[in-house]
Design a protein around this ligand. Structure first.
Ligand code: BDP
Length: 689
C-alpha cells in the first residue's frame, strides 16, 4: 500500500468484529448524490466484510437503508429530520418490515452522503451499529479548500508534487483521480474548493479556463462540492481592455457583472470568488484609493444575483509601514466593519503574521462583529517542515479555535466568531490551504494526510477534539487496534510542540531561511523589506530578545479586547508559549521555575530534538502494525526530521549565543560547527526557491 487510499482504505475486519455488520444496501437511486452514497457504502461494506454485498430494492434482512424525506421508505419512518438542516444526517437503528435496519436519513441527498461516510467510519473502526441514534450537522456553512495551484501546474508552497488539476488536458480528459479527491473531501464534509492560487492570473477567468473549471465542477457536484475561483482584481484591465479596475467605476462593475453572468452560464452552481488584494504585489482597490469593502462589494454585486459569495482576504501588509506587520490587517479592516455587502466574508489567517509554528490568534477575530469572518489555516506546512517533518496540525487548529477573544465577554471563542454564532451571521466559513498534489500519496507523506483529514473534521465542528480526530484518522488509515492507535495518537499530539521547540520556541516567529522557508535563518537581516527579515521579528541584542508589542513598543496588544490585552501586556501572565511574541526581555530574566530566559531558550531547543528522537523510537515499535511501504516512508522522513531538528537547534543556538554572549546551561551540548558554517548551508534545490 502506497497511501493512495488515504483514510478510505476499507480493509477487512476480523470475523468477530464483522459478525454483526449489515449485508445488504437499499437505496432509491434517481439522484446522483444518493447513488454515490449508496455506492460508497456498498464498496466499504463489501471490503470490510470481505464478501459481496446485496443491493436490494425490497425488504432485506440486516440492510442499510439510505434516503431523504422524499424516499418513501424513509418517509414512512417519520424520523425527526427537521433539525438536521441542509447538510445534517441521522443514523438510526430501526425496524423496517419486521427487519432490523440501519437507517441513514437526511433532508437532502448531500446529508445522506455525509451520513454514509459517518457510518462507514463506525464500521471500519469496529464500533457497534446496534441501537444507533446519532444526529449530526455541520456548524460551519462553507468548508473550503484553497488550492494555491498555478495554471502551469506548479503549486505555491506545495510539497507533494504538481497540481492535481491538469489544465492542459482539461476539459476533455477527466482524470478519474478527481473522483477520489471528491470522495476524500466529502468523507470529511468539505463542500467547496478554490481551484487556483490566490496570486491569481487573469487567464483563469477566460472562456477556455472556465470550460476546464466546469469539467471539474461536473465531477465534484455529486459529492456536494462547489467550485470557486481566485480572481485577479485587475482582470477588467487585463481581459477587458479597460483603463482601470477602480471598483466604483461603472464600466468596471459592468465588466464584473458580465463576467459573473458568463461564469454562471458555464458553471450554474459556481460558488464565488476568493480575492487577495493589495498584498505582496497583488492589485487591489487601494490602488484607486478605495477601501477593501469597495473592492469586495464590486465583485459581490456581480455574483449576488446568482447566489454567489466573495471571500476577501485580510492578509495585507503595506510596504510603507515597517512599524509592526502584526498590526496592519486590523488597522486596514477594522474601520470597514459594517461596510461589506451581505454576501462577502472576510478571510483571516489564524494568526496576525503568517502561518508560523505558533502565533496568538489574529486580533481581527471578534473585532468585526458586523462581518462574517472566516479563518484560514494552512494545511500545507510552509513553515512547519514541508511534508518531510511529521507535525500534526489538529492541535494547532484547536489552539486557535479555542482561543477566547473576550469580544462579548468570557467564552467568545474564535470558533464562535467563525461559526457565526457569536454575532448571529447567516454565512460562516473555514478555509484551509490545501496540501494536495499529484504525489501517489496525495499529501507528500502519510502523516500529512492527517492534516487534510483534521482540517475537514474541524471545519465541520470547530469544537472538535484534536486527539479524538487523530485517533480516528489513525484507526482508519492503519488499524483500529488500540495497541497501535494509542501510541501513534500520543506521538501526533506531541509533534506540533516538538516543531515549535526546535524551530521557534517561547513565542519566537519567522526565523526561517529566505525564500523557500525551510531550515533556520535567524541571522538574516539584509532583505529589502524590514518585515521580511528574521532579525525584525526576534530583535535579539546584547540586552535581550523578543518583540515588544506592549505600550512601550508597537502596542499591538491594544488590538485585542481588554482582558486579552491585559494578559498579553504582562510578561508574567502572557505564558511561556507567546512570551517573546509580545515582550522584549533580558536574557537573564527569571522564568517561573527560576531558570534564566537564556537557559530556558536553550533547553526548549533540546526538548524539541528529544521529542523527535522519541517519535522515531515510537515509530520503530509500531512496525508490526503498518504495511512496509508506508512504514518505511515514514521512518525515512522521521530520520530527516531528527537530523534537521538538530540543525535548527544548533544553528539557532550558535546564532543566539553570538548575541547573548552567555554560556550554555550545564549539561547542554555546544553546536558542533561555527555560526559561519550554519550560515553557509543551502540547498541545491528547495520547493519555493
Ligand atoms: C505566504 C506565502 C506566500 C503566499 C502568501 C499568501 O509565503 O507564498 O502567497 O502567504 O497567503 O505565507 O497570500
Amino acid at each position: 500500500e502506497d497511501g493512495y487510499d488515504l483514510w478510505l482504505r476499507y480493509h477487512p475486519l476480523s470475523a468477530a468484529q464483522k459478525a454483526d455488520l449489515p449485508s445488504s444496501v437499499y437505496a432509491e437511486e434517481g439522484d446522483a448524490t444518493l447513488r454515490v452514497a449508496a455506492d460508497e457504502v456498498t464498496r466499504a461494506l463489501a471490503a470490510i466484510r470481505g464478501e459481496p454485498v446485496v443491493r436490494t430494492s425490497g425488504a432485506a434482512p440486516r440492510a442499510i437503508l439510505l434516503g431523504t424525506a422524499n424516499t418513501p421508505r424513509v418517509a414512512a419512518l417519520k424520523l425527526p429530520l427537521a433539525s438536521l438542516g441542509e447538510e445534517g444526517y441521522l443514523l438510526r437503528t430501526a425496524t423496517v418490515h419486521g427487519q432490523p435496519t440501519t437507517v441513514i436519513a437526511a433532508n437532502r441527498p448531500v446529508g445522506v452522503l455525509y451520513g454514509a461516510f459517518a457510518l462507514i467510519r463506525r464500521m471500519q473502526l469496529g464500533q457497534p451499529l446496534s441501537g444507533l441514534d446519532i444526529v449530526d450537522r455541520p456548524r460551519v456553512k462553507l468548508r473550503i479548500l484553497n488550492h494555491w495551484d498555478n495554471l502551469d501546474r506548479s503549486v505555491e508552497r506545495g510539497y507533494s508534487g504538481q497540481s492535481i488539476w491538469d489544465w492542459w488536458r482539461l476539459p476533455d480528459a477527466k482524470d478519474p483521480r478527481y473522483i477520489d479527491y471528491a470522495r476524500a473531501n466529502a468523507s470529511v464534509g468539505i463542500n467547496g474548493t478554490v481551484l487556483n492560487n490566490v496570486n491569481a492570473k487573469a487567464e483563469s477567468l477566460t472562456a477556455p479556463y472556465l470550460a476546464k473549471a466546469a469539467a471539474v465542477a461536473d465531477m465534484l457536484r455529486p459529492y456536494g462540492i462547489k467550485v470557486y475561483l481566485s480572481a485577479r482584481f485587475s482582470a477588467p484591465i487585463e481581459l477587458g481592455g479597460l483603463k482601470t479596475a477602480d471598483p466604483l467605476d461603472p464600466a468596471v462593475r459592468a465588466w464584473w457583472k458580465a463576467k459573473a453572468d458568463e461564469i454562471y452560464r458555464t458553471i450554474p452552481d459556481f460558488g464565488g470568488f476568493l480575492v487577495k488584494a493589495n498584498s505582496e504585489g497583488q492589485p487591489g482597490p487601494r490602488d484607486y484609493h478605495r477601501t477593501h469593502a469597495d473592492g469586495a462589494n464590486a465583485l459581490a454585486a456581480a455574483v449576488a444575483p446568482h447566489g454567489g459569495i466573495v471571500m476577501w482576504r485580510a492578509f495585507v501588509y503595506a510596504e510603507t509601514d515597517p512599524e509592526d506587520r502584526a498590526k496592519q490587517a486590523y488597522t486596514e479592516f477594522k474601520p470597514v466593519d459594517g461596510k461589506f455587502a451581505d454576501n462577502v466574508l472576510v478571510q483571516v489567517k489564524n494568526g496576525a503574521i503568517d502561518f508560523q509554528p505558533r502565533e496568538p490568534f489574529h486580533p481581527l477575530f471578534g473585532a468585526m462583529p458586523k462581518t462574517p469572518m472566516m479563518v484560514e489555516f494552512q494545511i500545507t506546512k510552509e513553515y512547519l517542515g514541508f511534508s518531510t517533518h511529521l507535525v500534526y496540525l489538529g492541535s494547532l487548529f484547536a489552539e486557535t479555535l479555542n482561543a477566547d477573544t473576550f469580544a462579548k465577554g468570557r467564552g467568545s471563542t474564535v470558533a464562535k466568531v467563525v461559526d457565526g454564532s457569536l454575532d448571529g451571521h447567516r454565512l460562516s466559513g473555514i478555509a484551509g490551504v490545501a496540501n494536495i498534489g499529484n504525489d501517489r500519496n496525495w499529501s507528500g507523506s502519510v502523516f500529512d494526510q492527517a492534516n487534510w483529514y483534521a482540517f475537514g473534521r474541524f471545519a465541520w465542528n470547530p469544537g472538535a477534539d484534536p486527539q479524538a480526530i487523530a485517533a480516528e484518522w489513525a484507526g482508519l488509515t492503519f488499524t483500529p487496534d488500540p495497541a497501535f492507535v494509542r501510541p501513534v495518537t500520543q506521538m501526533m499530539m506531541r509533534s506540533r510542540q516538538a516543531a515549535v521547540d526546535y524551530m521557534t520556541p517561547l513565542g519566537l516567529a519567522h526565523l526561517m531561511a529566505t525564500g523557500h522557508h525551510y531550515g533556520p535563518g535567524p541571522w538574516v537581516s539584509d532583505l529589502s523589506r524590514p518585515e521580511w527579515n528574521p532579525t525584525y521579528y526576534h530583535r535579539a541584542g546584547a540586552d535581550g530578545i523578543g518583540f515588544d508589542r506592549t505600550r512601550t513598543g508597537s502596542n499591538a496588544v491594544a488590538q485585542y479586547a481588554a482582558p486579552v490585552a491585559r494578559r498579553f501586556a504582562d510578561p508574567d501572565k502572557t505564558g511561556e508559549d507567546l512570551l517573546l511574541w509580545f515582550h522584549h526581555l533580558s536574557w537573564d530574566r527569571r522564568m517561573a521555575d527560576g531558570s534564566t530566559l537564556w537557559d530556558t531558550l536553550v533547553r526548549r531547543y533540546d526538548r524539541g530534538v528529544a521529542s523527535v528522537d522519541a517519535m522515531r523510537g515510537q515509530w520503530d515499535a509500531l512496525r508490526p502494525f503498518v504495511g512496509s511501504e508506508r512504514w518505511q516512508h515514514t521512518a525515512s522522513f522521521l530520520g530527516v526530521q531528527a537530523r534537521e531538528a538538530r540543525w535548527w537547534r544548533d544553528a539557532s543556538i550558535a546564532y543566539f549565543q553570538s548575541v547573548s554572549r552567555r554560556p550554555l546551561p550545564p549539561g547542554t551540548a555546544a553546536p558542533p560547527h561555527t555560526l559561519d558554517w550554519y550560515k553557509a548551508q543551502s540547498f541545491p534545490f528547495a520547493p519555493g526557491n
